[in-house]
Design a protein around this ligand. Structure first.
Ligand code: COA
Length: 258
């Protein structure tokens, strides 16, 4: 537990809640540092097999903290961008899947935070956008890179060049969000999917996450090489023996992650 990020655990699922509602969960250095500590904590917890990131109040995260950035010079801007990149890379590199439960505004750094997660569930009240050009800056926590990889370059160009906000339905249509829920059902839906993921072979899920993340930017033959190696490695695990044994014995598997 830190000032701005609440961390909870329920069996194999962890939930991180960004908690600075009076500023719509805007990412100051302090919030990013707290997020970094929270991500480190769930990474170190060997029981965790899936996570959900969400926000308190009417925003997921309304962006990097504009008041804190207003008087930054070039070196400070560079350093702030590096901090955001570092924290979001840590999320992307978690061994288990992370679902962004986007409960409201996901703008600028908020949209980039959601993009650092494996996939996005959105409230029907959610709003997405990369409005940085309105402020005379560019997306600085991965938006120019992760958004085109998620929704395609042309759609990402339009969003980033215009800085416009889109609603949840449009986010779903362009493939930014995987699903849209009533506000009061969003977190339960994200937790249900996280629990389902956590019930699977954790080493297999972790390998699949790593392969998709690492392979997506490689030429297909090279990417397939990664899969070929990892598929063989799965047969060195007890989980493989347990999963297949359980199937053949018509019972539920008890995966141990070894
Ligand atoms: N950085 C710092 N503070 C922010 C913020 C941000 N990115 N987004 C919102 N806030 C603050 C507001 O300044 C306000 O603080 P105050 O009550 O002390 O004046 C508080 O959060 C509530 O925001 P407010 O603008 O009053 O809410 P709203 O419902 O009228 O509008 C938004 C919501 C999201 C449309 C609007 O806050 C907004 O445009 N935020 C900036 C989005 C942005 O450009 N993000 C990218 C940053 S790089």
């Amino acid at each position: 537990m830190t000032t701005f990020v609440e961390v909870t655990y329920d069996q194999h699922v962890s939930t991180l809640t960004i908690n600075r509602p009076d500023k719509l969960n805007a990412l100051s250095r302090e919030v990013l540092s707290d997020l970094s500590v929270a991500v480190g904590a769930i990474a170190a917890n060997t029981e965790v097999r899936a996570a959900v990131i969400t926000g308190t109040g009417k925003a997921f995260v309304a962006g990097a903290d504009i008041a804190a950035m207003k008087n930054m010079n070039e070196a400070q801007g560079r350093e702030f961008g590096a901090l955001g990149h570092q924290v979001f890379a840590a999320i992307e590199n978690l061994r288990f899947p992370v679902i962004a439960a986007v409960n409201g505004f996901a703008l600028g750094g908020g949209c980039e935070l959601a993009l650092a997660c494996d996939f996005i569930y959105a409230s029907c009240k959610a709003k997405f956008g990369q409005p940085e050009v309105n402020l005379g800056i560019i997306p600085g926590f991965g938006g120019t890179q992760r958004l085109p990889r998620r929704v395609g370059p042309a759609v990402a160009r339009e969003l980033i060049f215009t800085g416009k906000m889109i609603n949840a339905e449009d986010a779903l249509r362009i493939g930014l969000a995987n699903a849209v829920f009533e506000p009061e059902e969003l977190l339960a839906a994200a937790l249900k999917t996280a629990s389902e993921i956590a019930s699977k072979g954790p080493l297999a899920v972790a390998a699949a996450k790593r392969l998709i993340r690492d392979g997506v930017d490689l030429p297909l033959p090279q990417a397939n090489e990664l899969e070929r190696a990892a598929f063989g490695e799965a047969f060195a695990t007890e989980d493989q023996s347990e999963g297949m044994g359980a199937f053949l014995e018509k019972r539920s598997p008890a995966f141990k992650g070894v």
